[in-house]
Design a protein around this ligand. Structure first.
Ligand SMILES: *[C@@H]1O[C@H](CO)[C@@H](O)[C@H](O)[C@H]1NC(C)=O
Ligand SMILES: *[C@@H]1O[C@H](CO)[C@@H](O)[C@H](O)[C@H]1NC(C)=O
Ligand SMILES: *[C@@H]1O[C@H](CO)[C@@H](O)[C@H](O)[C@H]1NC(C)=O
Ligand SMILES: *[C@H]1O[C@H](CO)C(O)[C@H](O)[C@@H]1NC(C)=O
Length: 437
């Protein structure tokens, strides 16, 4: 079925499996319905437009001829976001990593966080099982053996070149506000995801393998993430997003990078990637968020996993981020949010690409490993050990998940069948191919 050409508002496939706990064999086929939009669309069909990687000018667009003015604006902004480093480490991948005193990090420029200091790591949710193997997730900037001293946090320095790729200072580091909500035919975002809704979620966890998908154009991207959301799409959506991404427009290369994102107003004025604006408080001195991951999974070979857990710490209400088993990366203070100040009402997991090729052909940008889900372990990308945190602060395996696959001929998704993997799925695909034109 090519849902991409269906006339539904969403132009996406959507099905419900009774449980993504799954370990059953792949047939019989999961019941599939294409959802024609008769009622206000559930989250994901609209949400397809939200993850935008391109930066559009709103106001202070860079005009040719304004070069001097432009540079001035850029330098002023860089002075705001790049704090004076205690130490600087040059990474072989070209990143400059600044070690910033932790109380001077960008978060504490936020009016609601001024004067604060980073908090100590919290207690884990009930039912948390630390992964047995402590994976040393090194980033390239650590290769030389240099470290950021205790009391500092490593922050990827934003360069003039980074800013010049954005179309305005205001939009730098942000996702583009969706224009697609009013122009569905122009929707460039394609998803293979599973999600849960209908409950109150206080956290989410997933183990995902890391790949370097081919991204065919600077205006495109490919990512794998978990996403907690609350509020109304197009109005006041709050999100917390974590995963890996290839996003040339933001970083200037095709590396796979660990990233985070947040917004409290539907990607409008608030929020940004990584530490590119005040918000996320980093507490760890070993990982630079937004910097490349060193090791990738290889097709038919070794699989490189990361396990991410985001959960709401009950006493403060802050949303913590743990790179398992024991790397507390930091937290989003509760005060950053409106709806997420309480809980998330949706959690999703999966892959997304931007296809910038006009109708009639499809980009060859890959999702996941660039191979379809049915190729299975060591060949397709996966999410496993999917869990959510419930209202009693208990980590539970994901139940009653639904899947959304925008263009199954290009990128698909299948439940996993290994009982040791808990709730899991394979996903991804090559983009343009014999089946995806
Ligand atoms: C943690 O491990 C225990 C014992 O293996 C198991 O019963 C429990 O379900 C696990 N919890 C989670 C959240 O996976
Ligand atoms: C990223 O990959 C694309 C496609 O191969 C290429 O055109 C582009 O130059 C690459 N970008 C960088 C910065 O290497
Ligand atoms: C959370 O899960 C536990 C274990 O299944 C259950 O006992 C508890 O009632 C749940 N809490 C809520 C608020 O649903
Ligand atoms: C920027 O904001 C608006 C436009 O002008 C608007 O009213 C303001 O006038 C200014 N915005 C722009 C877009 O320039």
């Amino acid at each position: 079925m090519d849902c991409g050409t269906s006339s539904s508002f969403c132009s996406c496939c959507r099905w419900r499996s009774s449980s993504f706990k799954i370990s059953l064999s792949r047939s019989p086929i999961i019941p599939i319905f294409v959802l024609f939009l008769l009622v206000p669309s559930p989250f994901f069909c609209q949400a397809r437009s939200l993850e935008t990687a391109t930066f559009r000018a709103t106001n202070q667009t860079f005009q040719p001829g304004d070069e001097l003015q432009k540079l001035k604006m850029i330098r002023a902004h860089l002075k705001d976001i790049n704090k004076p480093p205690l130490k600087t480490i040059e990474s072989p991948d070209g990143d400059i990593i600044d070690c910033i005193l932790s109380h001077q990090q960008p978060a504490f420029d936020h009016p609601l966080l001024k004067g604060q200091k980073p908090l100590d790591p919290p207690k884990m949710p009930k039912g948390y099982n630390s992964t047995t193997v402590a994976v040393e997730i090194l980033q390239l900037w650590r290769m030389s053996g240099e470290v950021c001293p205790e009391g500092t946090v490593p922050i990827r320095r934003t360069s003039e070149a980074d800013m010049l790729r954005a179309s305005s200072v205001q939009t730098f580091g942000k996702k583009m506000r969706s224009h697609v909500l009013t122009d569905i035919s122009n929707n460039a975002h394609e998803y293979s995801i599973v999600f849960v809704d209908g409950d109150q979620y206080y956290g989410a966890q997933a183990t995902i393998n890391v790949w370097q998908p081919y991204v065919a154009a600077q205006s495109e991207m490919s990512l794998a993430q978990l996403w907690l959301a609350a509020g109304t799409i197009g109005v006041d959506l709050n999100t917390i997003e974590v995963g890996w991404q290839v996003l040339p427009e933001l970083y200037g290369d095709n590396s796979t990078r660990l990233f985070i994102y947040w917004t409290n107003d539907n990607y409008n004025e608030t929020g940004c990637y990584n530490l590119m604006c005040p918000g996320f408080v980093q507490t760890n001195n070993g990982i630079a968020i937004g910097s490349p991951l060193e090791s990738m999974s290889s097709y038919g070979g070794a699989q490189i996993d990361i396990t991410l857990l985001v959960w709401k710490e009950r006493d403060t209400g802050n949303w913590w981020l743990l790179l398992e088993p024991n790397i507390f990366l930091g937290y989003w203070p509760s005060v950053l949010f409106t709806h997420l100040e309480d809980h998330a009402s949706e959690v999703h997991f999966g892959g997304e690409v931007v296809n910038s090729v006009p109708m009639g052909s499809h980009t060859s940008t890959q999702m996941g490993s660039g191979h379809f889900a049915e190729e299975g372990y060591s060949k397709a990308a996966y999410f496993q050990q999917l869990q959510v945190v419930n209202g009693s602060n208990e980590l539970l395996s994901l139940q009653n998940a639904e899947a959304v696959v925008s263009y199954p001929n290009c990128y698909d998704l299948e439940p996993g069948n290994d009982p040791n993997w808990g709730s899991s799925f394979f996903y991804g695909g090559p983009g343009r191919s014999g089946t995806c034109a």
